[in-house]
Design a protein around this ligand. Structure first.
Ligand SMILES: *Cc1c(COP(=O)(O)O)cnc(C)c1O
Length: 365
């Protein structure tokens, strides 16, 4: 298939703006007259340091990251943060305390991992209704003495998204924004730590962005590997070792593209339009229905089903044949999932809705 014939709804790694890939392609063998690919440069050389600094300042500008917070480019995926967060933020191995909101796959994994390091309290959970909703603020059971409160802003697998920032009364907020970072403005100053794997909304897999209040760094457990200490990485400006150079370069290109779309507020407008198209159709459909409860719906990962596993499978097969790929839901939940991240054009979502309408007509019960 040609690229133009495919609409890629992959949950991650996911679609990147074509314009970004075209620039990267043009510069692949010879970056800016250097005679080298970005992949072949010293990460400490002048040409690369310019790429690195510019990606950092563009991301700082896009998210209005205040001076109080450090911006780090790390590796190990979002998943390594599941260990780094407790190792760096808990006051003492085995005795530190933290609150976790378990609202889906990745917060559950993070919560389980954190239990290796301290005393974890589940401050909120959506397990009782199969993670189809986000608990409301008054439902959170908060420990005022917790070292931090942890939540996942957008649940990639179940298709739910926090529509509010939890109020914790001074306990540092730690948030996994892997699948909705850069999709709307955030007030970074409210957070102790924000982290995100790049492969949903930012760049290829292999880069993790961490934004951390500098006051929280430097209290890591004595056993924390140097590579996993925020203090090390802040002191070395993410270059304790070789950073994921190529991914950071792509992030810079994605941020140029994002700026042209009107930055994060532009992205927010566009994502609302895409989500409204899809949920609007689902809510009126006699065949499909959205899985997440209306006030908790994700604008990034839209989960839906027909109620029949055979029809779901037939839909995914027909859709793939028509170029709408990667619509199969996560193996944990089944059904369908359309991941409509920043780089997914509105027009592609419109085309999907047209395809679903036609499928519905043919499969009306
Ligand atoms: C994809 C994803 C992860 C896992 O990211 P890795 O980079 O594969 O470790 C964690 N959290 C969320 C919300 C995700 O969407």
């Amino acid at each position: 298939m040609k690229r133009e014939e495919v609409v890629n709804f992959s949950a991650g790694p996911s679609v990147l703006p074509t314009e970004v890939l075209e620039i990267a392609g043009k510069e692949l063998l010879n970056y800016n007259g250097s005679g080298m690919s970005v992949m072949e440069m010293s990460h400490r050389g002048k040409a690369y340091l310019e790429i690195f600094e510019s990606a950092k300042s563009k991301l700082r500008a896009a998210l209005s990251i205040p001076e109080s917070h450090a911006l780090l480019f790390l590796q190990g995926g979002a998943s390594l943060q599941f260990s780094m967060v407790p190792m760096n933020l808990m006051r003492e191995l085995g005795k530190g305390r933290a609150d976790y909101a378990v609202t889906g796959n990745f917060s559950e994994i993070a919560c389980k991992e954190a239990r290796r390091y301290g005393v974890i309290s589940v401050a909120g959970s959506s397990e009782d209704r199969n993670h189809t909703y986000i608990p409301k603020q008054p439902e959170l059971r908060l420990d005022p003495a917790a070292d931090y409160f942890y939540y996942c802003a957008n649940n990639t697998v179940y298709g739910t998204e926090w529509q509010y920032v939890p109020e914790t009364g001074g306990v540092p907020l730690c948030c996994d924004m892997s699948s909705n970072i850069l999709s709307k403005p955030v007030d970074v100053s409210q957070y102790g730590i924000i982290f995100a794997g790049a492969q949903k909304n930012m760049a290829p897999a292999g880069l993790t962005v961490v934004i951390i209040d500098k006051d929280l760094a430097g209290r890591e457990m004595a056993c924390t590997p140097l590579m996993m200490s925020y203090r090390t990485m802040i002191e070395k400006d993410s270059m304790y070792n070789t950073p994921p150079c190529w991914n950071i370069y792509i992030l810079g290109l994605v941020l140029d593209w994002l700026e042209k779309q009107g930055g994060v507020s532009g992205m927010e407008r566009i994502k609302r339009e895409k989500a409204a198209l899809l949920y609007g159709y689902l809510d009126g459909s006699a065949l499909f229905r959205a899985c997440a409860e209306p006030e908790s719906r994700s604008d990034m990962n839209v989960t839906f089903r027909t109620g029949s596993e055979e029809t779901d499978a037939a839909f995914c097969k027909n859709a793939a044949a028509a170029g709408f790929t990667n619509l199969k839901g996560h193996r944990k939940v089944g059904g369908m999932r359309a991941s409509i991240y920043n780089a997914m054009p509105v027009e592609s979502v419109r085309r999907l809705v047209e395809f679903m309408k036609a499928f519905e007509v043919k499969n009306r019960v």
